[in-house]
Design a protein around this ligand. Structure first.
Ligand code: SF4
Length: 338
């Protein structure tokens, strides 16, 4: 793979961070997860990392990130070493020994305002960015974030957006495709397309919980079985659907890096507001976040199907059958619509 599409302004991200700071610095953030999963042959990237010594029982996303950094010649990476994944700590050290400049960012485990402000100010100093430029950058991105809120409403209220489309735009907001203007233009074109669509009716309304899926065709299967995802929990969080003028507040309200309570409140609200019939909790093989399944099943009031994915590719037959059975059960529960 060639690295020609990346410039000296490109900077890789292992997870969502305050990208407003990077755009204010004139940098082009690249979410390495998106780069991995959208590559032509993601499976090959895992084999490459395993050949470099990454064990089989390390999550595929970590291996994918390693390989894309190596293959694309990315020289700077921001590693989220607090509030995301402990594997990232060791990955950061491996990348650093390979000559990559690694900058750490830690979301504070206490969700403390002071601690998060300190992290953000440190990032500003690293890139010689003034706080007032970050605030300008926030205003620019907020305009797009507002449109993403509209896209989400068109998904669950107007029922004209598929779960996959919702996923694609929201997951892409972690780095705005490295080019917010282009990203916003694509969004506007998409809104135009939606004007021709009729609302969908009589379907099972689902919420998708957990990290974005590694399967390529999950949403297509769900729709083929009569369901539609009208709430993509973590992807929506990437889009920061919070109306606040305070950037620190924005990243304190972002639920993903902190404890489960914030996520439970967000999911519970979505169940009510979006009239969800059921939930799919996606878990990644070898990920510590699988344990949250115990709590989510304990507290959430509607049926949950837990799916586990390991490597990129199509949905395997067993998972497809479980999905179909779950949707059949929800259809029967819902009653006469079908
Ligand atoms: S899926 Fe889990 S183990 Fe893998 S990178 Fe994300 S948090 Fe870490």
């Amino acid at each position: 793979m060639a690295g020609s599409e990346f410039t000296s302004s490109s900077i890789g991200l292992t997870s969502t961070i305050p990208v407003e700071i990077l755009f204010a610095a004139g940098l082009e953030p690249v979410d390495l997860n998106n780069l991995f999963i959208r590559s032509v042959r993601p499976e090959q990237l895992l084999i490459q990392a395993e050949s470099a010594g990454f064990p089989h029982n390390i999550c595929a996303w970590i291996k994918g990130i390693y390989s894309v950094v190596m293959n694309h010649g990315i020289t700077k990476v921001i590693a989220v070493t607090g509030g995301d994944c402990s594997n990232t700590i060791a990955l950061a050290e491996i990348l650093s020994r390979k000559g990559v400049q690694v900058i750490r960012f830690d979301f504070p485990s206490n969700r403390g305002r002071y601690e998060l402000t300190t992290q953000m100010q440190r990032l500003c100093r690293t890139f010689s960015v003034r706080w007032k430029d970050v605030e300008m950058s926030k205003k620019r991105l907020d305009r797009i974030r507002k449109k993403l809120g509209k896209l989400d409403t068109l998904t669950f209220q107007d029922n004209v957006v598929t779960g996959e489309e919702n996923h694609r735009f929201l997951v892409g907001s972690s780095d705005f495709g490295s080019d917010p203007d282009k990203y916003e233009m694509e969004l506007d074109v998409f809104f135009d397309e939606l004007k021709k669509r009729q609302p969908r009716k009589n379907e099972i309304r689902l919420g998708f919980l957990g990290v974005p899926p590694i399967f390529g065709n999950l949403y297509g299967y769900i729709e083929a079985f009569g369901g539609r995802v009208v709430y993509n929990e973590v992807q929506r969080q990437f889009s920061m659907p919070f109306e606040t003028t305070d950037i620190v507040e924005q990243y304190l309200r972002y639920t993903y890096p902190y404890g489960i309570e914030g996520r439970i409140a967000d999911i519970s609200q979505a169940i009510q507001e979006r009239s969800l019939d059921g939930l799919i909790h996606y878990t990644q093989t070898f990920c510590f976040r699988q344990l949250y399944d115990i709590i989510l099943r304990d507290v959430l009031p509607i049926p949950i199907l837990t799916l586990e994915g390991d490597r990129p590719g199509s949905l395997d037959n067993r998972t497809a059958i479980r999905l179909e059975t779950f949707l059949e059960m929800l259809k029967q529960k819902k009653g006469d619509f079908f």
